[in-house]
Design a protein around this ligand. Structure first.
Ligand code: PGA
Length: 255
């Protein structure tokens, strides 16, 4: 049984006071979950403030990115140790905005996966095809390439500990209001799990949680989560509204 992971990716939104308020509302309103874990992913500069709000609660804390070196002359970067020290347990790696807007390469993403997981952070490794790739019939090929390059040389121990999560986020669905249908999400998640079986092992692939992301809202969360290979959700826009996000958490508990 894979515990569902419901994550709110706040992206580059919310000031300090707004971040504190949103985290406080979620802490207050979200049910104490038994079937799922709930993760808040604020911007780097507000993680510490949000950490104070969620301390001693069931809410987990994540970061939107991480660097792959431990310390040194890397201006502007943040190391896994720095994140651990302030209570972060999860990191996103390879979000489509990092890949396509910031321009991170497969090689860099693989280094981040390896460095963060070596420090015992849970890595949420994001994959997903663009609209052009989808229209060209290349979605499967693109996702397989992202899985193979991003997870190269990852130790099986990391996976056995539950420290690898995959997020399938079709780029055409992110922030567009155009959600993948539950059937499409299921089909792609099953494809990802089958490829993970080959890349790692069937047993480990059965343990890896695969989240769906892309225009998730309270109205479509339950149906997505009812698919057998959808093990959680990565939510952008709707995670910025406490009542929407709490309703999605409730949906995960009800599935
Ligand atoms: P969205 O973003 O829910 O606003 O589409 C999802 C994501 O980018 O993680």
């Amino acid at each position: 049984m894979r515990t569902k992971l419901i994550a709110g990716n706040w992206k580059m939104n919310l000031g300090k006071a707004e971040s504190i308020t949103l985290a406080g509302e979620i802490r207050q309103k979200a049910p104490k979950t038994t079937k799922s874990q709930v993760l808040l992913i604020p911007s780097f500069v507000h993680i510490d403030a949000v950490a104070q709000v969620v301390s001693k609660s069931h809410l987990l804390l994540g970061a939107q990115d991480v660097y792959y070196e431990r310390s040194g002359a890397f201006t502007g970067e943040v190391s896994p140790e720095m994140l651990l020290e302030i209570g972060v347990s999860h990191v996103l790696v390879g979000h489509s905005e990092r890949r396509h807007v910031i321009g991170e390469t497969d090689a860099v993403l693989n280094k981040k996966v390896l460095a963060a997981s070596a420090e015992k952070l849970v890595v949420i490794y994001c994959v997903g095809e663009t609209l052009e790739e989808r229209n060209a019939g290349r979605a499967a090929e693109v996702i397989l390439h992202q899985l193979k390059t991003g997870l190269a040389n990852l130790s099986h121990d990391v996976i056995a500990m539950g420290h690898l999560v995959i997020a399938y986020e079709p780029v055409w669905a992110i922030g567009t209001g155009q959600t993948a249908t539950p059937a499409h999400a299921q089909e792609t998640h099953a494809f990802i799990r089958a490829r993970l079986s080959e890349i790692v092992s069937p047993e480990l692939a059965g343990q890896i949680r695969i989240q769906y992301g892309g225009s998730v809202k309270k109205s479509n969360a339950a149906e997505l989560l009812s698919q057998p290979d959808v093990d959680g959700l990565l939510i952008g826009g709707a995670s910025l509204i406490a009542d929407e996000f709490v309703a999605i958490i409730q949906a995960a508990e009800g599935v």
